[in-house]
Ligand binder design. Structure first.
Ligand code: PRP
Ligand code: ZN
Length: 302
């Protein structure tokens, strides 16, 4: 990021709150970059300004993002579903902050985990337990919804995974991504209580800001479309075109090209809008296709 020279006094700019550092931040900055947006950072590193659109980025802690949007201090926010749902379950957002768009990255799960040696056969096994978590609202709601009696959440803001060993809790309810942290601490997942991904959240916008938000959303949608979409090319027997088209996942009508000197064969080109897995390639090969190429698409505007 290059330093910004002018002050952050542009009142008409859309404000977008994002995590300042962490896994979500890395993914968020990557998204903004893929949207073709360059950021110049302020000296105090609290703001960054987008050069291509009238957007100012607030660099904050992820836990603060829903409240910043709820209060109107920020127009939009990019936040983990875990944080957003915890704020909602805690009744701190009312209906002021709707989810605008699912972003499909920073996926993780919020899980209740127990020491590996404990047998787990269902929610009632959690009766009476103390559960260390920084998601007390979601944890308590899940316990109540599942008829667990006498259990309580113990709020900890870090190092949950050692709580059972320290004797301050019997279980934890924490974010699981690769599962490495639980494993290293002798814990195993008992229940997944939330599947989370990054979300774009927003409040009510003025007409002017809604236009800027729309431009941002369009770019995000373009990135999302091109993320799974692939350009697929192959040579195939002319007689197998129909079967081949049926195998390709959500593909456009293919372009069929003549192959010089091979009247029985054609080249097939198409865009697949879903992930093209190995099983699909194997099936294409069985249908007689050869020289199959699957290429990434950099940008796509439908
Ligand atoms: C989360 C969570 C675990 C870890 C799980 O912490 O609290 O510690 O990630 O990831 P894993 O399943 O890939 O091991 P995070 O790194 O977000 O930081 P925090 O504990 O400071 O919130
Ligand atoms: Zn952690």
């Amino acid at each position: 990021m290059t330093p910004v020279t002018k002050g952050f006094d542009a009142s008409g700019h859309l404000r977008l709150a994002v995590q300042k550092k962490g896994r979500l931040a890395d993914d968020t900055f990557d998204l903004l970059k893929r949207c073709g947006l360059t950021l110049s950072q302020s000296k105090n590193r609290l703001y960054a300004r987008v050069q291509e659109l009238p957007i100012d980025i607030l660099l904050v802690r992820d836990d603060d993002i829903p409240a910043l949007v709820a209060s109107g201090a920020s127009d939009l926010g990019i936040v983990g579903g875990n944080v957003f749902e915890e704020e909602r379950a805690g009744g701190r957002l009312q209906d002021r902050v709707p989810m605008v768009q699912k972003l499909g990255f920073s996926r993780c799960r919020l899980c209740i985990a127990l020491p590996k040696e404990k047998n787990y056969s269902g929610p009632r096994d959690l009766d009476g337990m103390r559960i260390a978590t920084s998601y007390p609202a979601l944890t308590d709601k899940w316990l109540a919804d599942n008829g667990v009696e006498g259990a309580e959440s113990v709020v900890m803001n870090g190092a949950h995974e050692i709580a059972p060993r320290l004797g301050v809790a019997d279980a934890v309810c924490d974010i699981v991504s690769t599962g490495g942290t639980l494993d290293a601490n002798g814990l195993a997942v008992a229940e997944t209580i939330l599947n989370s991904e990054a979300l774009l959240i927003g409040g009510k916008l003025s007409e002017e800001k809604a236009k800027i938000a729309e431009a941002l959303k369009l770019r995000i949608e373009g990135v999302q479309r091109s993320r799974d979409a692939k350009y697929v090319m192959m040579n195939a027997p002319r007689s197998a075109i129909e079967k081949i088209s049926a195998v390709l996942p959500s593909a456009d009508n293919p372009t069929i090209l003549e192959l010089a000197g091979r009247p029985d064969m054609v080249a097939v080109h198409t865009v697949c809008r879903e992930e093209v897995v190995w099983e699909v390639l194997e099936e294409l090969k069985r249908l007689g296709a050869s020289a199959i190429l699957v290429l990434d698409i950099d940008k796509m505007l439908a």
